[in-house]
Unconditional design. Sequence first.
Length: 472
Amino acid sequence: MKIVLNTNSQPSSKPTTWSQRFESALHPAIARFNASIGFDIQLIEYDLTGSQAHAQMLAHTGIISAEEGETLVNGLEQIRQEYREGTFTPGIDAEDVHFAVERRLTELVGDVGKKLHTARSRNDQVGTDTRLYLRDQIQKIRDQLRDFQTVLLTLAEQNVETLIPGYTHLQRAQPLSLAHHLLAYFEMSQRDWERLGEIYNRVNVSPLGSGALAGTTFPIDRHYTAKLLNFGGVYANSLDGVSDRDFAIEFLCAASLIMVHLSRLSEEVILWASEEFSFVSLKDSCSTGSSIMPQKKNPDVPELVRGKTGRVFGHLQAMLVLMKGLPLAYNKDLQEDKEALFDAVVTVQSCLEAMTVLLQEGMEFRTGRLLEAVSEDFSNATDVADYLATKGVPFREAYNLVGKVVKTSLAQGKLLKDLTLDEWKALHPAFEADIYAAIAPQQVVAARNSYGGTGFAQVRQALESAKARLAA
Ligand code: ARG
């Protein structure tokens, strides 16, 4: 949806929006400073929908006539069409989207348009709009998380027996099934998806009818509008209804966690794509070149995701600070909630989309190189100690012995698999010929068959569980 904003329009000399109490119009600089239309125009469709519900409620309760209600609803629908066609482009003289809509409505339907704001305030109105907006965005992000998980699952299914070095402290630790590594991100995304579902329920509560702060003298029906707007409930306290933004903060927390997860994956992809690791190759469609170094292929997508993560954290921080000192109920500070929220939403959505594409078609695991990597190190050392431990040697004793073996092997430029059986036996009489099979990378991975471990049997079960949860 394209946002056309008439920034050239000047505030009129006469006060238009507020009561007759005001004798002169705002100073142009103050009008610009005060206006939120530049960004809250993004809420227009929600504002129209919320206003239509309010108008229907006014008619339903007899506060206005049925005919007036219909006129208002139709007028609002016409504004929706105008907006979609690009002919409704309010300027800053409208101050905000709510005034812009009300003014246009009155132009379209005449004086009855002035009845729309009966028993309502912009405070409960903007709270309603923001929740309706966020509800939609949360649904979209949850769908995107599902797409991301589907791609992770597909990749994992193809790579159960592909091995990849596993790291702690970014030092080679123990080899892994690549599927196990990918499924770790599946699990993180699963929690992200669930978390957003829980938050959705708290976003999905209607503040409409809270009025400016204290409710209204009109016999409104808040449950009626809540039902029309598919809210799960209504705010029980009008002050809370108009001044609460914890639903947005919760969303920003969840958004930050999504970004943490995407950023960690990004960092891994960046490492994997380096010459030093060479675990993945990036496709031309998802990487860029350098303007000066012709040999380069840069992992811009994961770098941007990693970079954008800070923005979302910043919005969370901004919103927390915004709220902490606010007395009840509405304060204009709350107008500052929107840009933070909008930017966090588009940032998370664009990052999820880009990372999904990257995983799906933008990179390829270099399986030959991965196999080489897991075969050329000491990441099977724990398995030698485990081998001795299963033969009755106390683990700590076995651990110390293997430490010595690693040291001498390193000095001789050998790997554990290069030791002869005599050399093994000289180290400890418990070693038999089956030591070679026990320390082969494939076996090292297969043997970690504890629940949640990287053993192939476990990974296959984990894949089944992941599939079931995606389908549910
Ligand atoms: N543009 C305002 C906002 O976003 C709408 C609410 C204005 N309410 C008020 N009491 N001035 O917060």
